[in-house]
Design a protein around this ligand. Structure first.
Ligand code: MN
Length: 354
């Protein structure tokens, strides 16, 4: 397709109204002007990070661009079913390749993170690259490190945002089955299959548009959401039956796991994914906090419902942040002290209970 046709498409496109028209046009122009394009995301990439970067990768390849996905460290094996997964450059594994590719790129698209430090050791490589950069993200308070910013914190996922941008650019017809599979994976994982963080009803239109591309939705749910190791299942059962504390007055549940407990269940990265959501299944529970003793720090995860700002707890008590109903932080000190800070301060957040 000729370059000019893209812009004709753009003018004719009415598929998405949430995306700023001028920004979509600027982005389309950047894409057309660039030949070598890199997509990148945050450390410990999840379904949304991999889905959005790989989704764009498929789109750009159908547009004839030389595209590469570069991520800070390995993605979980639960995402290995995604088309293009094997082509991803992993900085901790393919350092030279990643540095060379980023160094030679005309454009870097940063997906699903709001500050450079979320990229760990890859951050300086991306920051030092002299090409133009675009941010596509749904976290709050993005820092100013790119030339063009798509920041929509009300979006369920970066994949939802990527789809809307593609639609706004008039490129929907260039979305193939592989691209659609990647984008739907991020939407399904970040919304836990449309149960959380769904703010715009037309996300179901997006689902329909992706299904039109012949995506195997059931496979995505099975592979990316509902597959785990036996140890991980047993660890979750142990955490819920033996380690969950309930604070009825504060409508809060707290789970702590120390390093000996993790070892007992041969804990591997990702094994406690989703655990923090479980206590919210109890009627009347408004927020849930999970404290995990990692080798270098205590990892804090918070989830909530009823618009309770669990992000405020992560921010005020531990200097972290995130989304209103899904936030996190790191604590550099003993697990018991980390727990005490929360328990001692719970009453400060009662004002947010409805
Ligand atoms: Mn995300």
């Amino acid at each position: 397709m000729e370059k000019t046709n893209y812009f004709v498409n753009f003018v004719n496109s009415k598929m998405d109204k949430l995306i700023d028209t001028k920004k979509a046009r600027d982005f389309l122009k950047l894409l057309m002007e660039s030949e070598r394009i890199v997509m990148t995301c945050h450390v410990r990439p999840d379904g949304d990070a991999i889905g959005s970067t790989l989704g764009l990768w498929h789109l750009l390849r159908t547009l004839g661009k030389e595209a590469t996905v570069v991520v800070p460290d390995k993605a979980p094996p639960s995402l290995s079913f995604l088309p293009g997964f094997k082509e991803i450059g992993v900085y901790t594994v393919h350092k030279e390749f990643c540095e060379k590719t980023i160094g030679e790129s005309d454009l870097i698209i940063c997906c699903d993170f709001n500050i450079p430090s979320r990229q760990d050791n890859l951050a300086p490589v991306v920051q030092n690259a002299r090409c133009r950069k675009v941010l596509i993200d749904h976290h709050t308070e993005p820092s100013d490190f790119t030339d063009l910013v798509f920041s929509y914190p009300r979006m369920s996922s970066t994949c939802e945002l990527v789809f809307r941008i593609i639609a706004a650019m008039g490129l929907y017809e260039h979305v193939d089955r592989d691209c659609a599979t990647c984008l739907l994976t991020g939407i399904i994982t970040d919304t836990r299959n449309f149960t959380v963080n769904v703010k715009y009803p037309d996300i179901y239109d997006i689902l329909m548009r992706l299904l039109e591309k012949d995506v195997d939705k059931d496979r995505i749910i099975k592979e990316a959401l509902n597959t785990r190791s036996l140890n991980s299942l047993k660890l979750e059962a142990y955490a819920l039956s033996q380690k969950m504390e309930i604070f009825p007055d504060h409508r809060c549940a707290l789970i702590t796991l120390d390093k000996d407990e993790l070892k007992e269940f041969s804990y591997e990265k990702g094994d406690t994914e989703g655990l923090v959501n479980k206590p919210l299944e109890v009627k009347g529970m408004v927020y849930s906090i999970f404290l995990r003793e990692d080798p270098d720090c205590v990892k804090i995860s918070g989830r909530s419902c009823d618009d309770f700002p669990v992000s405020e707890i992560c921010k005020e008590l531990y200097g972290g942040g995130g989304h209103l109903q899904a936030a996190g932080a790191e604590f550099y000190g003993p697990l018991e002290e980390c727990r005490k800070i929360l328990v001692d301060n719970m009453n400060r957040f009662d004002k947010y209970l409805k």
